[in-house]
Design a protein around this ligand. Structure first.
Ligand SMILES: [Zn+2]
Length: 534
């Protein structure tokens, strides 16, 4: 019998940044199989690894813990890759012509799925109807989604395919719109989109080759960005059947934020075998995701005062406070983690007050409840977040996309506390960073650049590269109760590494974007490596 000795490797001769406060850098790191078994001076590490190991020469490059993207939508990311990009079109006519051509290429009956519709850019800024799509594609099912993923349009064939009729029961928190005559317009929003996703995943799974291939591409793309783990918003009805099909294509581990309207469903889900409850499980389902308000882009974020460019709008909460409190209570009392979307200053204030009430009435240590986005935070809110030990999960790349119009929308005064990363970190709150992909590119280097430079937007809120790296490593691990197994280079943790061409702690601000990711290692295995130039 051949005994299987796990592979042992030593990485040395480069800069090794550990993200461990006590020993921020080491000379060498030794791994066995999936785990780190030694760190320190090269001869110390060699002594631990014994006689047989592979020596990996970093050649002066920089190794650090793998990146964690703490808020993204992995299945939507996949759908975007599988779908047509509709963002370039500026009129209904252009869109129709494009869909018509696509139908000709694909052939009769093929599903056409388009994403990133920006109808506000149209000459007549109006959502198309099913009849508009029927004109272009009478013989193909067509489903198009707006870029924020909150609303979409299906043509007649698509409504037929997914089984939506005028009798279909409309799910709570969603719409299946009808006109004055009571006819379906094809416009479907929010929770009602679940009907489409559930049907589409079945449809997709019949062409599983395509799905598998796209999944492999998607998760390889994340590996190329140095991402070794992500926290993924998961809509169980749509995503779990898909996950079961593609799980072999996913290199990273996936900490799920389960998005269901009824938290009872979340509790029931915990009974299923999805989450092995083992610490090293690659798919965990311990966090419930809720929504409290809208977005700045859609002017639906809940604000104390109206938007500067829309004096009649100050956003709103998408759910009654008392109802939200009861949902939070159910999750909290069952010992799970809460993660709630809040963007506006009032949204965050009221949500933090709900957390305060929850934690006063039902104290619990180490809950690590989260606020997703936490975009506008006044000083009083930050103070309370700290007191309550809430974790915030921010999206630095939003600054890159929004800095040109934020002042117009919010006015100077409110900009001062928009994405206030330095105030958050200085107050001692644990902040993790993320892309909200597919909303933003899951590019960690861009994210680091946004944290350190903010593209000039409210520069006093810039943080240091070291702090920025923490938000993408150890803090991300903490936000998922995983700091004992990942997020830093320490004996006993997973060998999740990223190797960069230069030391990010030493680059100048204008050089950050040039940092290259050369290799990504997940649980000891190299999953991406750039071809070495001779
Ligand atoms: Zn999101």
């Amino acid at each position: 019998m051949v005994s299987k000795i796990p592979v042992r490797k030593i990485f040395f001769n480069g800069t090794i940044i550990t993200m461990e406060e006590k020993q921020p850098s080491v000379e060498a790191v030794g791994i066995e199989g999936e785990k780190i078994i030694a760190t320190g001076l090269l001869d110390e590490v060699e002594a631990v690894l014994g006689n047989e190991y592979e020596l990996i020469d970093l050649k002066g490059r920089t190794l650090l813990p793998g990146f964690i993207d703490s808020h993204m939508h992995p299945m939507s990311f996949l759908y975007v890759l599988m779908s047509l990009d509709l963002s370039p079109f500026t009129s209904l006519k252009e869109l129709q012509e494009f869909l018509k051509k696509t139908a000709e290429v694909r052939g009769k009956g093929e599903l056409i799925f388009g994403f990133k519709l920006k109808e506000e850019m149209f000459d007549i800024p109006k959502l198309p109807t099913r009849w508009d799509l029927d004109v272009a594609c009478p013989k193909n099912p067509v489903i198009i989604l707006r870029y924020d993923g909150h609303i979409g349009v299906a043509n007649s064939k698509a409504l037929e395919l997914v089984g939506i009729t005028s009798e279909t029961k409309v799910p709570k928190g969603g719409e299946i719109r009808k006109n004055e005559k009571g006819e379906l317009t094809g416009v479907i929003s929010e929770n009602a989109l679940g009907i489409i996703y559930a049907q589409i995943s079945k449809y997709r799974s019949s062409e599983s080759v395509d799905l598998q291939e796209t999944a492999a591409k998607a998760f390889r793309m994340l590996a190329e960005k140095g991402i070794t783990s992500f926290h993924g918003i998961t809509t169980p009805q749509r995503d779990i059947p898909l996950y079961n099909i593609i799980q072999n294509e996913i290199y990273q581990s996936w900490y799920s934020l389960i998005s269901v309207v009824n938290p009872r469903e979340f509790i029931d889900l915990q009974e299923q075998k999805l989450d092995s409850k083992k610490e090293d499980s690659k798919f965990k389902t311990r966090c419930w995701k809720g929504y409290f308000d809208g977005t700045l882009g859609a002017k639906t974020a809940w604000m104390h005062e109206p938007f500067s460019d829309a004096p009649d709008k100050s956003g709103f909460s998408v759910i009654d406070e008392e109802k939200m409190f009861n949902k939070m209570k159910l999750i909290h009392e069952n010992g799970f983690q809460i993660g709630i979307h809040a963007i506006g200053d009032k949204g965050n204030r009221v949500l933090v007050d709900l957390y305060k009430r929850l934690l006063e009435e039902f104290p619990r240590d180490n809950h690590r409840h989260r606020i997703e986005h936490a975009s506008l935070l006044t000083e009083d809110v930050i103070r309370d977040i700290k007191k309550l030990n809430i974790t915030v999960v921010c999206q630095p790349p939003f600054i890159n996309s929004e800095y040109t119009w934020l002042e117009k929308r919010l006015g100077k005064k409110r900009c001062k506390y928009t994405y206030p990363f330095k105030s958050i970190i200085d107050s001692g709150v644990i902040m993790a960073s993320s892309s909200d992909s597919p909303i933003e590119d899951p590019d960690i280097i861009q994210g680091l650049h946004a944290l350190v430079t903010r593209n000039g937007f409210i520069p006093e809120q810039c943080i240091t590269m070291e702090e920025a790296l923490k938000t993408y490593t150890i803090n991300g691990a903490y936000a998922a109760f995983e700091e004992n197994i990942k997020g830093s280079i320490k004996v006993g943790k997973f060998a999740d590494f990223v190797i960069l061409d230069r030391n990010p702690l030493e680059v100048k601000k204008d050089e950050i974007k040039e940092i290259q990711i050369l290799e990504t290692v997940i649980r000891g295995k190299s999953v991406f490596k750039i071809d070495e130039k001779v």
